[in-house]
Design a protein around this ligand. Sequence first.
Ligand SMILES: Nc1ncnc2c1ncn2[C@@H]1O[C@H](COP(=O)(O)OP(=O)(O)OP(=O)(O)O)[C@@H](O)[C@H]1O
Length: 344
Amino acid sequence: MVNERQDVAGSRRGGLTVADLVVRYPGATAPAVDGVSLDVAPGSVVALLGPSGCGKSSLLRAVAGLEPLAAGSVCWDGTSVADVPVHRRGFGLMFQDGQLFAHRTVGGNVAYGLPARSGTRGRVAELLELVGLAGYEDRGIATLSGGERQRVALARALAPAPRLLLLDEPLSALDRALRERLAVDLRAALVATGTTAVFVTHDQDEAFAVADRVAVMSAGRLLQVDAPAELWVRPATREVASFLGYEAFVPLDSPAAAPLRDALGVPPSGATLALAEGAFVVGRSGVAKGVVRGVSSRRGRSEVRVDVDGIGVVTALGPVGGRWSAGDVVELGVEPDALAVLDA
Ligand SMILES: Nc1ncnc2c1ncn2[C@@H]1O[C@H](COP(=O)(O)OP(=O)(O)OP(=O)(O)O)[C@@H](O)[C@H]1O
């Protein structure tokens, strides 16, 4: 387990500081959040990433003030918010189903939460433009697609310029293509407004697309907190690596790992090498061989399940339109970006 250690200056640091937080539900055998410490710097976006039931929402809700803390603290700019009621914390919330007001127009939804004064129209227009819905003010909520509704929910959440925006799986009800597009737009809107945010998701790609730092959670604890690229290249443990999508693990000093070591330029050691999908590429100048077990296609590219001696069955990528049959022996090249070395 990692925890972001509070240094001596920790209590003076700006933004959100969660320390040793525990959330326990009545009757549950284990705490839902089990001693989590995490800092979110002003203007930065942190994703809480982990499998279903690991405690992401409980942590978010505790920060919002919607769940009582069994232990630990939640501070903003170094001051505890324990005694501050939910609506006074200045934190915004956005959920999977945007919870829009069906009887209000788009503009009416976005304006909700803004003080009634002149200039509201301009601010609403500005926010709608920010989320890619310029000119939607008078549309009824019932006439919008799911993706448009979440864009309105985002505009509404950003409208009062919350000092912290808490987003609980805001894209997970949408289909994959839309989710990928909205994740990019969501990040752009958060960055453009300088919003400090915590974003809950169980989707690695989404976490990587939206956040400056990703906090990987499991069973109520934080396993690793790092920038996306850092996390991908240096997952701290096998559990983190597996959750990120690494699918095979081999000792770095095993004979089967030799071509992979060469591709990475690392010497043999007691460490473990993790292989993600695409670590092997079919047809690229061969440094290894594999036996084809099955072939599928994703976005035109071939995904070839290959059995590599000493490694096992892994997913290699192949060119568009490649044709292989089970039992074929194929030459494999190596893609270093799909490899990571786990410390011993
Ligand atoms: N109101 C509640 N009462 C009792 N137990 C709860 C309650 N809410 C959550 N839990 C339990 O706490 C644990 C963490 O749940 P939580 O919703 O925080 O996980 P999560 O990572 O957000 O999961 P998901 O991605 O499925 O939403 C789970 O074991 C869950 O069953």
